[in-house]
Design a protein around this ligand. Sequence first.
Ligand SMILES: [Fe+2]
Length: 320
Amino acid sequence: MSESPRRAPLPTGPLTGPRTQLRRALAYAMAGINRLLDALPPLHRLHRRVRAGLEFTALELPVPQAGLDGLRLAFVSDVHAGSFLDAADLDELFGRIAAAAPDLVLFGGDLINSREAELALFAGPLRRLTPPLGMFAVPGNHDHFWGPDVSAWTQFLEDHGVTVLCNRGVRVEHGGASLWLCGVDDLTEGRPDLPAALAGRRAGEPAILLSHHPDFFFEAAAVDVDLTLAGHTHGGQIRIAGRAPIHHSRFGYERGWFAENGCRLYVGRGVGVTVLPWRWDAAPEVPLVTLRAAAVAPAVQRPAAGSRADSGGAPVTMPR
Ligand SMILES: [Fe+2]
């Protein structure tokens, strides 16, 4: 796989990369405030009320391979365990995901909030999830909170049945056909390597990429990754008059579907929260993607700015 000629612009991470000590101090201060607030039981109850509005958004993705028809993926991003969300909450959440009976469960990063100790919250609840084709994960910026080394994070997940796709991919077989499922490290705090993630993909094989940061879509679309699944933005988390005051995507990839170069991006709103146990006009979401065989692969046109099909209650297929 040749290297993409188009590179995603690197965001400035508060913890690693080019930064000031002030940015790092602010990030740790915010995490400290988050932990203090997390100690208040009423705020856990508030977050539970917000999570009661969790939406399982039914999405469809056309693929040319008949054998992949009906394959279902649950995309779970931005859990932020330890931020108003404990093991009992995870158990309830994963029970709901298990009831949706996906073939694969894909974790899109930010499983924890700021401490590796928060991983322990997943040990019991992960036993709820037994999808037949497995569970996979990529790290997000919060999983990198103590630096680029996510080996303890990776080891914990691998020990609990989750395959980590940090700059690597695997072949998923279904109905006599196959797809390349891969993932990259976080764009803000990690070191994403798309050629490594795609190494092993067969010619003509559909590829689905997990990338915590949606801005990596810019790079993935340049090498024909059929679908990129991203989170990070929390759908804005708190939106006022239809706009999020805090922007997490340089390209406005805030939520829902986007298309470029015939490739697709879906930005999920995620499950959890940071700093405040509240969402406004950005309900928590677990997208459920069903692959649908199409006789002819559709040519997706580059959309006008802001052109997207936002998720609603009914199944949503990427506009052709
Ligand atoms: Fe997040």
